[in-house]
Design a protein around this ligand. Structure first.
Ligand code: GRF
Length: 195
């Protein structure tokens, strides 16, 4: 990806398919004045995140499978002048030392309208099944600041849809993912502009 050298630099951290990471990279590539994805960090060598890094020619870092990785991650963020860390399907608890190093500039996306359907154990398809079980009329996606507790930081952007009648949890997950892909890249851009 070729970008002007003075663009704000962000890193994306994830464990899964990497569809949000891909949407963020596509946004950064198509709006060359937005931000630059300078690093992708994955928790596994086989996660979809790694293909995103390859497809967009972005530096990839794979975290060690066990142990405290704070020091190596902080060093990598520091050396690359990363201003914002975007979590996208990150399935490990982010050490508070990393949040402190980033001085609070860590964002996450959650596939529901927080504070509803968030917290420990609320991830993946479980979120959408819980929305259906509660017969919630609407659902959506939330971008929030990351605090040391899951899903508890300040909300910075939300996008909402009506829950279609008779929809299956997997279909709802797909609909919400589509929302995430437009909400998250733009929310990162707006957040950086306000800083
Ligand atoms: C998304 O649904 C996001 O809201 C949640 O984890 C999922 C990651 O999906 N935090 P992907 O890896 O970006 O496809």
């Amino acid at each position: 990806m070729s970008h002007s050298p003075d663009l704000r630099r962000i890193a994306i951290l994830g464990s899964g398919a990497g569809t949000n990471a891909r949407a963020i990279c596509e946004y950064a590539q198509s709006r060359q004045d937005s931000y630059r994805v300078a690093l992708i960090v994955s928790t596994s060598e086989t996660a979809g995140m790694c293909s995103v890094a390859r497809d967009f020619d972005i530096e990839l870092m794979v975290l060690p499978p066990t142990g405290d990785y704070s020091a190596i991650l902080i060093q990598a963020l520091h050396e690359r002048g990363i201003e914002l860390l975007a979590l996208a399907g990150f399935m490990r608890l982010l050490p508070s030392a990393v949040i402190e190093h980033m001085r609070g500039n860590v964002l996450n996306i959650h596939p529901a309208l927080l504070p509803a359907f968030g917290g420990k154990g609320m991830y993946g398809i479980r979120v959408h099944q819980a929305v259906l079980d509660a017969q919630a009329p609407t659902t959506g996606a939330t971008v929030h600041l990351v605090s040391p507790m899951y899903d508890e930081g300040a909300i910075i952007a939300q996008s909402e849809i009506a829950v279609p009648e008779g929809v299956a949890a997997t279909e709802l997950q797909g609909l919400v993912k589509q929302l995430e892909h437009s909400l998250y890249p733009a929310a990162i851009s707006a957040f950086l502009r306000k800083k």
